[in-house]
Design a protein around this ligand. Structure first.
Ligand code: HEC
Ligand code: HEC
Ligand code: HEC
Ligand code: HEC
Ligand code: HEC
Ligand code: HEC
Ligand code: HEC
Ligand code: HEC
Ligand code: HEC
Ligand code: HEC
Ligand code: HEC
Ligand code: HEC
Ligand code: HEC
Length: 446
């Protein structure tokens, strides 16, 4: 603000005042006496000669006490030498009439510095304005007069309300109980406009990130260089808070590509979901989305229990694993494998190990000839056949989850299995058919 050197002489003062009204620069008296002599004999402050720009009827919207000619509410002789006879801390003056403001300042934890300092007129013109709320300039220009924050406008993506200067949609210019003096808790702020998300916020599972840090944990509310103004490209975005997952995902010997590459959103919603763990869809639908060739399983006659239930992650860890095929537990992938305890723990998560350990049994398995356990015979030995040699763990067209063929070296060996009420028989490649019967033990040719 332009302040001329003060003078003691009212004559000069009056002269300067004329100069000021012509040049637009402001002069302030320094003593009560000067001011009193200035207003002496004046019937009104706003006349044709004096302060005519404050007279009613102009293009600007006048502040009510100005329109009423009640200049003395703010300009007081006893306030000198404060500039223009207005007390430095204007709060006391303004809240004389705007009593609600006092309450607002006392009841809120975070009061904006210029408000707290009583510098109300840094934003408001005390007399009149062409802008709503007697603002000195457009909304965002008012804010920008102190916050020359280029970073609010960085990157190619500026949020529409910020571009429009609608800071007040989110920030209270005076005081609030929320962080950054927001007008509401984080996500309420946003869903008032993004109302298509209100329904989402009532879903069964809402990302704790939103509940704890609002939407701005991931989106810059003002601007940014990433699409959707995300604070990081999607990979780093999730890892920023899920550091444990980052370590976990990268330490596995066998990585699942989408998780390892941080493409978390191929399976998870960043916002909310009806599904546990914020999944975008049922587990198997997610897997079939990418592993399209596996859709053929759905057409098979028999689906293995958990596969039929769509529970692919009963066996596979979607984030990676130290076991082959990102399996949660060990499972040998060869045709032959010496039997050892623990080698098939994946299967024994749900099935009983007695299946392959019981020597003679009439209960542990149906794959027996009389009471001879054929599972044990095939699996539990030095050159044991693995479960894969006979079973397809996902889906098959033959009873007993027996596979149609098995790739052996470069050949494909066909398996033809027939089940009966009490047993079954199997024709493998070029071998003779072998049978078994739980009631009347079958004698197979050697
Ligand atoms: C609501 C309080 C308030 C009222 C009412 C008010 N003023 Fe002011 N006036 C101020 C403040 C504060 C300043 C300091 C400069 C600024 O903030 O624009 C000021 C500054 C001035 C100035 C010097 C600088 C300028 O902007 O021209 C003049 C002259 C002035 N007022 C005249 C008047 C007159 C005449 C009236 C009555 C018609 C009046 N004021 C009513 C608060 C008020
Ligand atoms: C003599 C009483 C009085 C004083 C003192 C006063 N105001 Fe006002 N003010 C009013 C009245 C009356 C209105 C118009 C009614 C309304 O909208 O609330 C008004 C309107 C306003 C508005 C516009 C509100 C709107 O909704 O458009 C703002 C902003 C404002 N005053 C700020 C101030 C500031 C800042 C001060 C102190 C520098 C101040 N007032 C001092 C009486 C006063
Ligand atoms: C940082 C800028 C800024 C400061 C400082 C400021 N205001 Fe405001 N004020 C605004 C804006 C912007 C609005 C428009 C309404 C909104 O966005 O909430 C407003 C609105 C108002 C209103 C009318 C609406 C309401 O909330 O009642 C009044 C009265 C008011 N201010 C008085 C004051 C007083 C008194 C002070 C000083 C104690 C003050 N303001 C300080 C920016 C400011
Ligand atoms: C007169 C200078 C001034 C003006 C004008 C101004 N501010 Fe501020 N603002 C400050 C100062 C000083 C601080 C730091 C102290 C504080 O937090 O109050 C600040 C802090 C803030 C903060 C940070 C609060 C936090 O907790 O991190 C926000 C948000 C803010 N201002 C928004 C606005 C908005 C919106 C406007 C326009 C309506 C505005 N400011 C206009 C001076 C100003
Ligand atoms: C859509 C809502 C929204 C709008 C519009 C908005 N802000 Fe913010 N602003 C926020 C949120 C949310 C935060 C808190 C940031 C965080 O939690 O990371 C914030 C923080 C701030 C801060 C303090 C932190 C910082 O980055 O320095 C300032 C200053 C600020 N905003 C100024 C402004 C100004 C000026 C405008 C208008 C040009 C504006 N804001 C418009 C939502 C908004
Ligand atoms: C005043 C209303 C309003 C508020 C409040 C608001 N937004 Fe927006 N937002 C918009 C508009 C308008 C767009 C632009 C839509 C477009 O360009 O199609 C937008 C765009 C977005 C986009 C990009 C979407 C896209 O399709 O490009 C994101 C992300 C976003 N807002 C997040 C937020 C967050 C987070 C908050 C709370 C901090 C918030 N918004 C608050 C109005 C708002
Ligand atoms: C954990 C991080 C995170 C949080 C928290 C978050 N978002 Fe998002 N948001 C994203 C990601 C990532 C995308 C991009 C999704 C995609 O690629 O499909 C996105 C996309 C969007 C979009 C544009 C696409 C769409 O779905 O319409 C809007 C709008 C949006 N978010 C608003 C919000 C709002 C509002 C909140 C708070 C209620 C919020 N976001 C909280 C990460 C987040
Ligand atoms: C701002 C921090 C933050 C960011 C960024 C973040 N999260 Fe979260 N997320 C959390 C918190 C806090 C929890 C709850 C505690 C936990 O389970 O670790 C959580 C939980 C989860 C859960 C488990 C949900 C449940 O129902 O148990 C999933 C899945 C998840 N986040 C995925 C993501 C994805 C995908 C991203 C990237 C788009 C992401 N998160 C980014 C903070 C964050
Ligand atoms: C291929 C799909 C898929 C991908 C990609 C994926 N997840 Fe998951 N995630 C799941 C499934 C399914 C669950 C449910 C638990 C389970 O079945 O193991 C889950 C559970 C979670 C959980 C909660 C339980 C836990 O394991 O801690 C978090 C947190 C999580 N994921 C974060 C992430 C993050 C971060 C990424 C990106 C690095 C990611 N996920 C990538 C499918 C995926
Ligand atoms: C976003 C796409 C995507 C989704 C969703 C997805 N995968 Fe994958 N998956 C891949 C890619 C890419 C590979 C590595 C290339 C390949 O072997 O096809 C892979 C590899 C695998 C492998 C072989 C790993 C190895 O060690 O050879 C298994 C097993 C697997 N995924 C299971 C699943 C399961 C179970 C789900 C559902 C929970 C799933 N995938 C969801 C893309 C996906
Ligand atoms: C009962 C445990 C189990 C379940 C449940 C399971 N898998 Fe597997 N999956 C395996 C095993 C074991 C392998 C190793 C290959 C083999 O032995 O045939 C494998 C291999 C895979 C492979 C890579 C090898 C290939 O055939 O291309 C994919 C992809 C795969 N599974 C996807 C899925 C999907 C999708 C689901 C759910 C629909 C699912 N799995 C359910 C045990 C399971
Ligand atoms: C998550 C639990 C679970 C795991 C792990 C599991 N299974 Fe199963 N399995 C089942 C259920 C439930 C059934 C019964 C439903 C059905 O017939 O599909 C079943 C049935 C079977 C059958 C069907 C026999 C018949 O009479 O039709 C075979 C064979 C089988 N499992 C082999 C395996 C093998 C090999 C493994 C290890 C790779 C394994 N299972 C791991 C749950 C599991
Ligand atoms: C030589 C082929 C062969 C091998 C190797 C084999 N199975 Fe089987 N399995 C069968 C046949 C045949 C049946 C069907 C028995 C019936 O219902 O008559 C069967 C049935 C089953 C069943 C259904 C319950 C039962 O015992 O009747 C389970 C579970 C099972 N197998 C798991 C396994 C597991 C786990 C492995 C590896 C540790 C394995 N099988 C290895 C041929 C085999």
């Amino acid at each position: 603000m332009n302040k001329l050197r003060p003078s003691n002489r009212t004559g000069i003062t009056a002269f300067l005042l004329i100069v000021w009204s012509c040049t637009g620069s402001a002069y302030s008296f320094t003593t009560p006496e000067e001011y009193i002599s200035h207003i002496q004999d004046s019937p009104a402050c706003s006349t044709k000669q004096c302060h005519r720009e404050l007279a009613a009827g102009g293009e600007k919207i006048p502040h009510s006490p100005v329109a009423e000619g009640e200049c003395h509410f703010c300009h007081k002789a006893e306030a000198y030498p404060d500039t223009f006879g207005v007390e430095k801390d204007q709060r006391a003056i303004c809240t004389l009439c705007h009593t609600a403001m006092n309450h607002e300042m006392q009841s809120n934890t975070s009061v904006h510095a210029p408000v707290d300092n009583g510098d109300c007129t840094s934003c408001h013109d005390p007399h009149q304005s062409a802008w709503p709320f007697l603002l000195r300039k457009s909304y965002n220009e008012v804010c920008m007069s102190c916050h020359a924050l280029k970073r609010l406008y960085t990157g190619g993506f500026v949020h529409k309300p910020v571009k429009d200067g609608n800071c007040g949609i989110c920030h209270d210019p005076h005081a609030s109980n929320f962080k950054s003096r927001l007008v509401d808790v984080g996500f309420n702020l946003c869903v008032t406009c993004h109302d298509n998300m209100i329904a989402g916020m009532t879903k069964k599972y809402v990302h704790t990130a939103i509940l704890e840090s609002g939407c701005s944990g991931c989106h810059d509310p003002h601007s940014g260089g990433n699409r959707f103004r995300l604070k990081a490209d999607t990979q780093q975005l999730c890892f920023a808070c899920h550091k444990g997952k980052m370590d976990e995902v990268s330490q596995y010997k066998n990585k699942h590509t989408p998780a390892y590459e941080g493409n978390c959103m191929s399976c998870h919603s960043p916002h909310y979901s009806e599904k546990k763990n914020l999944l975008l869809d049922t587990i198997d639908a997610l897997c079939y989305n990418c592993h399209k060739d596996k859709n053929v399983w759905k057409e098979k006659r028999f689906l293995h229990g958990p596969v039929g239930q769509g529970n692919c992650t009963a066996c596979h860890n979607p984030h990676g694993s130290d076991n082959a095929f990102i399996l949660r537990l060990p499972f040998p992938h060869k045709f032959y494998s010496e039997y050892e305890k623990g080698k098939y723990s994946l299967c024994f998560l749900c099935h009983k190990e007695a299946l392959v350990t019981a020597e003679k049994t009439v209960t542990a398995t149906k794959f027996r000839n009389g009471d001879i356990n054929l599972h044990r015979l095939h699996v539990n030995q030095k050159k044991g056949r693995t479960c894969r040699a006979c079973h397809d763990v996902h889906a098959s067209d033959q009873e007993g989850r027996i596979r149609n063929e098995f790739p052996f070296g470069r050949m494909k060996i066909r398996l033809k299995y027939t089940q009966t009420k009490t047993g079954g028989s199997c024709l493998v490649g070029c071998h003779k058919e072998r049978g078994y019967d739980r009631v009347n033990r079958t004698k197979n040719e050697r």
